[in-house]
Design a protein around this ligand. Structure first.
Ligand code: SAM
Length: 253
């Protein structure tokens, strides 16, 4: 049975897609997506021999070799340009996902949808998408087995589209929770917290950022015990960051 995380990723794949799942590990996602009929043809890519063998075994046991091609290689090197419509990359850090996309840009020309699930470093990935002509179209957040995951989708940005990356990430003025005036939610903060997640906040989003605040507070505490010269500047930067996140959370409540 698929984890809730993989199930949510699968639900985002359009019917009749040709899919590449990069870093597929046991190929659970492409196998399930082909079995439901949602995906007609899939590539399961793996760079490491262990997971590659596990993927090949899984696909053979499901009897799906004619529909799922298991390939060993780095990132998007396993696909040809125009071979797939949808790419999923899940369960890795955001910077690794961004570097896989960056190294494989020639393979992305005909791709219509990216479904990405970074474990950390979501801001790095959002920034890569924004800077490389991919419009973030949705964000989901879920908690499973004590871990919180974000799932991002992106499509090629069109110049005449109603919404653009520029609009999505431009500074926003929010009424301050204290009632006196506005405060600015900066592009930086939107890249970090997720512009769509902030539009429709859920309890899981609040949990995530409350625990991020705990981490930032403990860094702040260790900085205040430090005698390093740079500690003071770092502390005041951190305090500002904490204040901004708290202000956003207060407005969401
Ligand atoms: N995608 C599955 C999921 O979300 O459950 C598996 C995630 S697993 C934690 C990450 C997988 O990515 C590993 O099997 C690893 O071998 C693979 N991987 C890491 N870097 C890769 C790369 N550059 N190209 C292809 N696969 C990669």
């Amino acid at each position: 049975k698929l984890s809730r995380r993989l199930e949510m990723i699968m639900e985002l794949i359009p019917e009749q897609s040709r899919l590449a799942d990069i870093g597929s590990d046991h190929a659970l996602l492409p196998v399930a997506a082909v079995q439901t009929g949602q995906v007609v043809q899939a590539v399961a890519g793996e760079v490491n021999p262990g997971p590659f063998k596990a993927a090949a075994k899984q696909v053979a046991e499901a009897g799906l070799q004619h529909q799922i091609s298991v390939r060993c290689g780095d990132g998007l090197a396993v696909i040809e340009p125009g071979e797939v419509d949808v790419i999923t990359i899940a369960g890795m850090g955001g910077s690794l996902i961004a570097s896989i996309l960056d190294n494989g840009q020639d393979k992305l020309t005909d791709v219509q949808l990216l479904i990405l699930q970074p474990n950390v470093g979501e801001d790095i990935l959002r920034r890569w998408l924004m800077e490389h002509g991919w419009l973030l179209t949705s964000e989901k957040i879920l908690e499973e087995d004590g871990k919180i995951y974000e799932i991002l989708t992106a499509v090629p940005e069109q110049e005449d589209a109603r919404i653009s990356s520029r609009l999505l990430y431009e500074n926003q003025e929010w009424p301050s929770s204290s009632g006196d005036g506005n405060f600015t939610v900066t592009s930086e903060l939107l890249l970090r917290m997720g512009p769509w997640l902030l539009k429709e906040p859920t309890p899981v989003l609040m949990d995530k950022w409350n625990s991020e605040l705990d981490k930032l507070h403990s860094i702040l505490n260790s900085l205040s015990a430090s005698k390093l010269e740079s500690a003071e500047a770092k502390s005041s930067q951190l305090k500002q960051e904490i204040a901004q996140i708290k202000e956003v959370l207060a407005c969401l409540q």
